[in-house]
Ligand binder design. Sequence first.
Ligand code: BGC
Length: 435
Amino acid sequence: MKKFSSEFMIGAATAAHQVEGNNVNSDFWTMEHIPGTMYKEPSLNAVDHYHKYKEDIQLLIDAGLNTYRFSIEWARIEPAKGNFDKNEIDHYRQVLEFCHQNQVTPIVTLHHFSSPKWLISEGGWESESTIEYFGNYSRYVVSKLGHLMPYICTINEANMGKQITKIMKRMTANGSNSANKDNSVDVQVGLNVDMKAKMETYYRALGEAFGIDPRNVQSFLSPRTEKGEIIIMKCHEKARNQIKEVNPSIKVGITFSLYDHQALPGGEPYVEKEQDDDFLNYLPFLEEDDFLGVQNYSRKIHGPDGLVKSDETTRLTKMGYEFYPEALGNVLRFVAKHWDKPIIVTENGISTDNDEERVEFIERALAGVYQCLEEGINVIGYTYWSLLDNFEWQLGYAQTFGLIAVDRSTQTRYPKDSLSFLGNIKNAGLNGLRV
Ligand code: BGC
């Protein structure tokens, strides 16, 4: 019987801006509403998780899951520079307490893409002052709620800005202005980078909205310089130090977006370069971390001329990247060659309208995780992305990653079969679940 141990964490993940609604003091809210916006639609009240968190977590509990990864929204906690909002701390305290009352382990992310609007006006993620600001915010949260937070991910997908920078460079080099023209598997966060033409209008409006030179508008997902890369890692270190000073028992980590890079003959140097860029070069900053968050959705294949594009035979997900659940096990094996502390799969999932396909994805991905455990890899948990269908950033609400569907006109929840399927894996094991 392939059964995960009872301590193994299995659950689902969300991020504040994607589910809570009305994150009005954040940079994304601003970017969603400016003229020429790149966003298909604004997040508005999202799936109102801010008010419906109990119902949502209860569905996770009823399915037999024991872990909930969610993020605390910096723009709520510190809506204006230096002004911390106690009511918002109370809100997240209630969320955390609800988890604990129901034996659900909370895994909290302090920064999941969205930032306070004021931070961007102060120079955002290319400014050294952000290190101090992020440290202050982290310390404040932990001084109030740390006793309820066993695991903290400081920053979600610290490497995402670099991945986006590369996509933009490749597009410019190809003279292309459409990332998905060829169905290539380029974009993991739903950042359709089909933007060159609109860029100028957009950045002008951005500059006005943030009250600074548009060239200096640096949100977390803006293309990033090497200096920006270092700033992000220093933010991580600063937050980790602050957290540990306040509460040394909290386990602190960071998460990375990691593809399964595979080489065809001649593609090996490309794979090595990608693995270094995506992960290995960050290792010196992670030495004092307690765990690593791995986030994987697909693979990339590299040949002698670089990235190999998908063709008509490739099975694609609704996001346009390859359906390949085995990528997760492969990524865990790669990571484990360089990392022997605990690993948590903080995201893995599929956008599809066919829930049977999601069930297949989950079963095959978790079979990979199970195999890794048998090989002795130190994986301690898995949170599926996502608990709910939600706001997929630039792509809006059309993408459907969730274990629970939501009718946003009434905010009614409709649990999908994949939710109970994941719960059954947790409690009965992997064998013979799917007919
Ligand atoms: C991000 C999520 C996003 C998911 C699906 C991850 O890169 O952390 O916020 O919704 O991918 O695209």
